[in-house]
Design a protein around this ligand. Sequence first.
Ligand SMILES: [Zn+2]
Length: 333
Amino acid sequence: MKQFKFSKEIYPNIFKISLPLFGEKPGPINSYLFPGKCPTLLDVGSAFTTGKLKKALWEHGIHFSDIDQIIISHGHPDHYGAARKIVKESKSKVKVAIHSEDDVWLNTGSDAPSRTYADFYKLMGIPFTLRQIMSFFDKSYETLVRPLQADLFLNDGDLITLGNYQGKILSTPGHSKGSICIFLEEANILFPGDTILNHITPNPFVMFEKEIDSPWRLSQKEYYDSLARIEALSPAVLHPAHGDSISDLSTLLASYRKTYAERQARIISLIASGEQTVYQIARRLFPEIKGGMRLLVEIYPMISEVYTHIQVLEEKKEISSKKVGRERIFFSP
Ligand SMILES: [Zn+2]
């Protein structure tokens, strides 16, 4: 396999381009280049690293205008931020494809209006000052992207050409509503986006609905159902959107499932120790995150993690909840 300055061949004529991303987690984003018949990019990184992506393509004699399509694994800003610039430079020759359920991210830089987030934060019991800082912080994420329109929506089972390969789209909701994986059946390799990562425990995030402060879709359940579908394909190697490739999927998924069971048990015991809001549970579940910048960076994933577990526990009737004022309180039934 060939190694270039900005890219690395991970399979014959498929190249991984690592693009920096601020913050420690989840680390640099991997964009994948499929040159050939239908030159394709799978994810393109944030708007800040467009220049680096351009240099990486140039190592292969490819300009942005030579790309036929950009496939976005899911709508989080670090995966599509550079897309609009590429489309513009190609004079709209490049077509952008995403699952329709993540299209809202592409158009607006978020999955729900800031009002919906603000109401949710209040319901979760996050203190006023922290909420103020969080909404300011949320805005900074929007600088990662330049909104754009998709040209094509991808659905489960669709067959697409990437470079010289044929790939099958797998709809794998959980990390986001419209997360997809791409399976190259002949090569037996799978591109899971952020659905499966090697170096961090995965994040099934809250699935917001406009104007609804208690999201109802069970992200954790949908996520683990998606993992089961991926596992059934038995891919030999997975090339995720962050970090290194994965060749032992069953060991990794066993560790995910172990963490899941432990976390649910811990949340039940925290709730048993007294009525609490999601915010209070999150602070006790992650005592190592004390405050300051670290808390600001981690607070949303913390809240999302607790809330999505609690949804499943409530569904199983292992815990109950009631609304007190503008907060939701959880307790043992
Ligand atoms: Zn993501």
